[in-house]
Ligand binder design. Structure first.
Ligand SMILES: [Zn+2]
Length: 194
């Protein structure tokens, strides 16, 4: 963040009085621009034992498979976000049941949530962000081409719970991959001004 969204003046990183973390501060109008983690909300849409996956038409992971999921919008609930993302990415209508997984992804400042749900009909088709949408049995899941760790872990928990005959809520942390760690360590540390 380089410029103030209120007045357009350049911002600087500084620790405001009484706080302990550096923030983007505008010296012209006094606004402190707080940045907090973003929520990614998704859905496991099931039909007759099969799970709906979308093949991504956008980066990152273009061409890889994912559960329908995306950034939560302001003024919506987590359930609404799950339904909207499933509609946008797969044109699929679902009835949600319970929240199933929560993953902290602190290295990219995100929290990922996935609900379980049941497809209401088979009239799904790719949305603008998907190349293809299809139902997969467990043995058909393209594990090597699953786009994100939180999606892979959610699917693993889902099939494991289904075999156990009971769906539980799962919470976990996603750590950076070795490649991501290398990228982070190459980035220069911002020059914080206290
Ligand atoms: Zn300003």
């Amino acid at each position: 963040m380089n410029f103030c969204s209120h007045c357009g003046a350049p911002l600087r990183l500084a620790i405001p009085p009484g706080e302990n973390l550096p923030r983007h501060v505008c010296d012209t109008c006094g606004t402190i621009h707080y940045e907090n983690p973003k929520l990614i909300i998704g859905c496991i849409a099931e039909w007759d034992g099969r799970i709906l996956l979308c093949r991504r038409a956008i980066e990152p992971r273009h061409g890889w498979w994912t559960l329908p999921a995306g950034f939560m919008e302001n003024a919506e609930t987590t359930e609404q976000a799950a339904l909207r993302e499933t509609l946008e990415e797969a044109n699929a209508r679902v009835e949600l049941s319970a929240l199933f997984t929560l993953f902290n992804v602190p290295h990219i400042n995100q929290v990922h949530l996935f609900f379980r749900g049941h497809l209401l009909d088979l009239d799904y088709r790719p949305g603008i962000e998907s190349l293809e949408v299809a139902l997969f049995r467990e043995e058909e899941i393209p594990w090597e081409q699953v786009a994100f760790a939180s999606v892979r872990e959610t699917l693993r928990h889902y099939f494991s719970d289904r075999r156990a005959g009971k769906y539980r809520f799962h919470i976990g942390d996603i750590d950076p991959t070795p490649e991501q760690l290398a990228t982070f360590s190459e980035q220069p540390k911002p020059n914080f001004v206290a």
